[in-house]
Design a protein around this ligand. Structure first.
Ligand code: ZN
Length: 325
C-alpha cells in the first residue's frame, strides 16, 4: 500500500499538470486566433480601401496617394519579372478580396490578362496606363501590329499620368476622402516633377557620344526617348522572347563598332544573357565593363531607397551617369 500510494499520487499530479498545460495552451490558441480575427475586422471597420496591384511601382504610387485610407497589397516584389508572372492561389485570393485592382496594362502582365477581364466585371480593375495617348506610347511591332511598349514608368511624365489615374479612381470609389487623395497626389506629383527635372539634368552631364545605353532587355525605350539616350537591348521588349546567338553577335558587333565601354544588367533579368555578349566582345579584343545593375521591371527590396519609385529612378540615373560620364 505504501508503495502504490505515492505512485498513484504522482500519476494524479501528472494528469493534473497535463490538464492545466493543455487548458493554458488552448486558451493561448484561442486568444491568438481571436486577436488575428480582431485585427482583420478592425482594418475592415476602419473603412480602409483594399487595393491590390501588380508591379511594385504601382503599389508605391497607390500608397503615396492613398495614405491612411488605403491598404495596399503589391503582388510582385523585388526581382520579379512581370512579363512571365503567373498569379498564385494566394494572389487570386488577394485580387478577389480587393476593392480596387490597379495593373499596368499594355500587356505587361501578359499571363494575367484573362483574369483582369473577369475581375473587371465585379470591381474597378484599372490599367494605370489608360490615359496615355496613342502619340505618347511607343510602338512594339515585335508583339504584333498596334501593340505598345509597356514600360511607361521610365518616362516620369507618363508615370505622373498613371498617378493621376490612381488618384481619380480612389476618389471615385471613396468620395468622402477625395480631397485628401487630391492633396496627397498634388504633393507626390510635385516630387515627380522634380524627379523628371533631375533626370534631364543628370543625363545632360554625359558627353553626347557616350549616350548609348545597352541593357539585357529593351525596357528603357521611353527613358531613351524622353531623356536623350540611344537604347539597345539584347532581348525584345518582352522577356519571354528568346534571344539567339544571332542577337548576341549583333549586339557584340554594336559594342565593338561604337566603342561602348559599359553595359548594364537588370535586377529582374538573368545576367547570363549580357555576359555572353561581353565575352564575345572580349574575344574581338574589345573590353566592356558592367556599368552596374539597373532596376527595370521591378524595384529594389522593400524598406530600401530603391524600393520606392523615386529611389529606383534616381539609382538608375546615378548608375548610368557614373558609368558613361
Ligand atoms: Zn520588361
Amino acid at each position: 500500500m505504501n508503495r502504490t500510494k505515492p505512485y498513484k499520487m504522482n500519476s494524479a499530479i501528472k494528469r493534473f499538470i497535463m490538464t492545466i498545460l493543455f487548458l493554458t495552451a488552448a486558451a493561448l490558441l484561442v486568444t491568438a486566433c481571436g486577436g488575428e480575427r480582431g485585427q482583420e475586422t478592425e482594418s475592415a471597420d476602419n473603412g480602409k480601401l483594399k487595393v491590390t496591384t501588380t508591379i511594385g511601382m504601382i503599389a508605391d504610387a497607390a500608397k503615396e496617394v492613398g495614405g491612411d485610407y488605403v491598404a495596399v497589397t503589391g503582388l510582385m516584389g523585388s526581382g520579379i519579372d512581370p512579363h512571365l508572372y503567373k498569379a498564385s492561389h494566394g494572389d487570386v485570393a488577394k485580387l478577389d478580396d480587393a476593392d480596387i485592382i490597379f495593373y499596368n496594362g499594355l500587356h505587361l502582365e501578359g499571363k494575367m490578362a484573362e483574369m483582369f477581364e473577369k475581375l473587371e466585371k465585379t470591381k474597378p480593375t484599372i490599367a494605370v496606363s489608360r490615359n496615355i495617348s496613342e502619340e505618347q506610347l511607343r510602338a512594339n511591332p515585335a508583339a504584333g501590329s498596334g501593340a505598345h511598349d509597356p514600360h511607361i514608368w521610365f518616362n516620369v511624365k507618363l508615370w505622373m499620368s498613371a498617378t493621376e489615374v490612381i488618384r481619380d479612381t480612389l476618389a471615385q470609389k471613396d468620395p468622402a476622402h477625395a480631397d485628401y487623395y487630391a492633396e496627397r497626389a498634388a504633393d507626390y506629383l510635385g516630387k515627380l516633377e522634380q524627379l523628371d527635372a533631375y533626370v534631364h539634368e543628370q543625363i545632360g552631364l554625359i558627353p553626347e557620344k557616350n549616350r548609348i545605353l545597352v541593357t539585357a532587355h529593351d525596357a528603357f525605350g521611353y527613358f531613351g526617348d524622353e531623356y536623350g539616350l540611344q537604347v539597345t537591348g539584347l532581348q525584345g521588349m518582352n522577356t519571354m522572347s528568346e534571344y539567339g546567338s544571332k542577337d548576341v553577335s549583333k549586339l557584340r558587333d554594336f559594342l565593338v563598332e561604337n566603342g561602348i565601354k559599359a553595359v548594364f544588367i537588370e535586377s529582374s533579368v538573368p545576367r547570363k544573357s549580357i555576359d555572353s555578349v561581353i565575352e564575345g566582345a572580349k574575344k574581338l579584343g574589345h573590353e566592356v565593363a558592367i556599368g552596374g545593375e539597373l532596376f527595370s521591371d521591378a524595384m529594389g527590396d522593400e524598406g530600401t531607397e530603391e524600393g520606392t519609385y523615386i529611389g529606383m529612378v534616381k539609382h538608375n540615373v546615378d548608375t548610368i551617369v557614373q558609368a558613361l560620364k
